[in-house]
Design a protein. Structure first.
Length: 150
């Protein structure tokens, strides 16, 4: 009987060892699968982030190009004003002032771009917060009036 008990104990220990080995292998397989999924998720999120950055950069470049074209258009308009308006008299003086202002504005827009204009506007608002607030309220009021009539 003791021999039978020892044999049963050995078989039980052997079965427990096999079960423990199987559980260890299953745990390793599960960990490996989780690691693979995690790596794939990281890879996909990195791809999505790169695509988003490229799209944002493309939009930014398009906006900067449009700003440059607006500046060029203002300078061309200044030349047209100068060519088509008389050189002397009140009309000539006013046209020269308008043309000079258009040229200066066009050069400013071309040289600064959107980011430079944004920085300048931010600095202007910081230097003059009350007038900026009043201008904002005025624009809001006008916008509300225009949209409520429609």
């Amino acid at each position: 009987m003791a021999n039978h008990t020892t044999e049963s104990r050995n078989k039980a220990q052997e079965a427990a060892g096999k079960a423990q080995d199987a559980a260890g292998k299953a745990l390793e397989a599960g960990q490996s699968a989780v690691a693979g999924v995690t790596d794939k998720a990281r890879e996909l999120s990195g791809d999505a982030m790169r695509a988003g950055q490229q799209a944002a950069q493309s939009v930014g470049n398009a906006a900067e190009n449009a700003t440059t074209r607006v500046g060029e258009g203002m300078q061309n308009l200044a030349q047209t004003v100068r060519q088509r308006v008389p050189d002397s008299g009140v009309l000539g003086s006013a046209a020269d002032t308008v043309a000079s202002t258009l040229e200066q504005g066009g050069r400013y827009i071309q040289s600064e771009g959107l980011s430079g204009m944004s920085d300048d506007l931010t600095n202007l608002i910081k230097r003059n917060p009350i007038p900026a607030l009043l201008v904002g309220i005025g624009f809001g009021f006008l916008l509300a009036r225009l949209t409520s009539r429609s």
